[in-house]
Structures are given as C-alpha cells and as structure tokens.
Write a new protein. Sequence first.
Length: 449
Amino acid sequence: MTGSTQGTATDTEPTAAEKRAVVAKRVESGSADLTEISQLAAAAGYDVVGELTQTRTEDAAFMFGKGKVAELRDLVRRTDATAVIVDNDVGPYQTFNIGGELPEGVEVIDRFTLILEIFGQRANTRKAQLQVELAELRYELPRAEAKASLAKRDERPGFMGLGEYDESVERDIKRQISEIRDELESIAEKEEARREQRRDSGFDLVALAGYTNAGKSTLMRRLAAEIDVDENAERHPDLDTTAESQDMLFTTLGTTTRRAEMEKRDVLLTDTVGFIADLPHWLVESFESTLDSVYRADLVLLVVDASEPVEEMREKLVTSHDTLYERNEAPIVTVFNKVDRLAPGELADKRAALSGVAPDPVAVSAKTGAGVAELRDRVEAELPDWERERLVLPLSDDAMSLVSWVHDHGHVEAETYADDQVTLDFEAKPSIVARARSKAAGLAPAEST
C-alpha cells in the first residue's frame, strides 16, 4: 500500500468567497495522476492547495484506507481547504463517512459532481441548462433509489446518515427526467431543421470533435471567418478573441457555428464541448443532443493533442472512435494539433506508432498556423462530391438572378456572355444542381446542356 501527500500552509483564514480544494485519488495499481482533476478543479474556480493519492483496493466504507483518511483530515487542516475533491466515483455512504472525518463545513465532492458543477457554470442557453439538469437528475436517481432500498430494509429513513427519504422523491426525479427529455427532443427537431436549411443553402457542415484541451477552439479560430453566421446560434466565450487560447478544461458548454474560409466550398464549422476521460454512460447520454452536431455533420475533424504521450493519444483516439462510429456516418479526419511543441522527428515517430488508429492524420499547429492550409485542402477533398453542370441561359434579369444564386450556392468555374446568352460552368452539391436546373427550366427561352 503506497500513497503521498502534499500541502501548502496559509497565513490567513480563507474568506467566504474563496474555494480552496485538496484533490485526492485512489488507484488499484500504479501511480495516481492528479493532473486532469486539478485542471477540472481550476475550471470550476477552485484553488488547489493540496494533493493526496493512494494505491490500494477500494475500502467499502471510506474509498481510501482509514489511515489515509486521517492523513486527508490533517492535510485539510494545514491548508485551510474548504473542499475535498475525490477523483473517483464515490458512493453516498462513502461520501458521508469521509465527510464525517473532516473538519466541519468541508465539502466532499466526487469527480462527477465536479464535472456537473462546471457544466452548470457554463450553461448559458436553455438547451445547455436542460442538459445539466438532466445529468444532475440522472446522477441523483440511483442515490435516491439506494436511500429507498436502505430505508425499506431497515425501516429507518435516516439509516447510515443518508438523510430522510420520501418515496415521492424517486417518482418526482423520474417525472422531471421525462419532461426534460421531451423538451430536449423538441429543441433537437428545430436544430435538425436548421441544419437542413443550411444544407439547402449550399453549406457543408463540418464538426470539431476531441478531448478538452486538444485545441479545438483555437483551431476553429484559425479556420473560421470573422463573422458569426447565425445570430441565434448558441454563443460561447470562443467568440472572444482570447478565450479560445485559455489552457483550461471546459472553457465552454454548448455549440458555436461559424463560417469557415475555404477555397471553393461554403463550410459551416461547429465546435462543441470536448470529450473527457472516464465519463459514465449516464453523463454522456445527458449531453447527447449537443453531440448531434457531430453525429449529423458532413465531415468530422477529430482533434488530438500531439504533444501528449503516444499511449495517452492512442487511448483517446480509441475512445473517440467508439463514441463517434457508434452513430456517426460521416468521414472522420484525424488532426494532430500542437505539433509546434514536438521535437524534430517526434511527429514521424507518433505517426508510425498510431497508424493503426490514425492512418492518415493532418498535422497542424493551431497556435502558429502551420499545416492549416493543408487541413483546408483536406476538408474540401473529404467532403461529399460535388456535381459539375453547364447552363446556357437567356440574357435577362431573371437569368442574372439565377447566376447570382449559383455564385452564392456553388463554385462558378466560368461565366461567359455571347449572342444574348450567358453560359455558366459550375460545381455544386447535387441538391443545388437540381434546383439550378429547375430554376433554369422556368426561364423562357432556356437551354440546359
């Protein structure tokens, strides 16, 4: 059994506004890594003032061993921490027991409660708020069911310090979950209609996916035009010129859609909340409607932090593929980002090591712009094929309106005028070509070849 503690003493008492946390984690074997939980704590506004780890089998009563909980209590006292954040799935009984060993007023927060706290802070739209509420209810439901089971078994509603239990609580949670699902389904239908309107207008839809801190938002900033394409879109801090570069998990919750600068195609690029390791199924399901922007795109850019160790990259790629391929039918292009952080030769080594899960990645640095031009070319190459068409139109006001419409919805290769006619050679999505033909057929006299 091994473990470690680390703390920093303070000279002044924390104010009510301060959020000071000790982060802790138990692992079955090896060494516990507190990097991500510390980043999550910072994203939630906590100042991490101490760390504790332990390698041992789970203790049913305390998660950690009893001696390690005593170390945790002493660390909390030395650092004046207001919360203990445990990077494990801590049961309600374990939470109660750990809290009972800590100074009065110190909150015990597990990994998923912390994530929900972050989501709640970032939920600035009705859809995001509903998804957070749904996740919170799904988190609470099994705990309510556990309280019910214990209360019925022992005929004591407050058994094991879990608090009094009202049987109506479980029913009320299930009712609220059903109502939220219905409202989210209604929102999803409206968003799907919006996506189809965008496709009908000639836009291809490209989604950014990947883990938090992979640099998705900074890459979007590189690819996107300056103008936000939809005033009613869910706006988030990435529209600020500095927010996208923050080294912080979950700088945003929700989606932002902006027009990307491409040579030929009109592309709308959507950035969503990043994946995060070890999320339980119930939490992923709660944010499923946000992932619809990825599932229903024409192309997905899977962004990976190339500066991470190979095994960590591999694990994230495999998990991302499991998430995406389950429901996504669009092609996926893997993007190795942050190559500016790599030593000479390191990129080639990682390409070779990960060829099985990322056979043809595009290497970029969203920070410096290196490789972004190649990524634009790859996006246009991977999007669904366009059709070529030639229209010969009479020279009239209606024909010129059609010419302008084709320019807006496709890529015009040539536009020539002769003998009171205009000849238009262009490429566009099949649906746009069909509509152009229909519009041309309504012009008299008209000719299409």
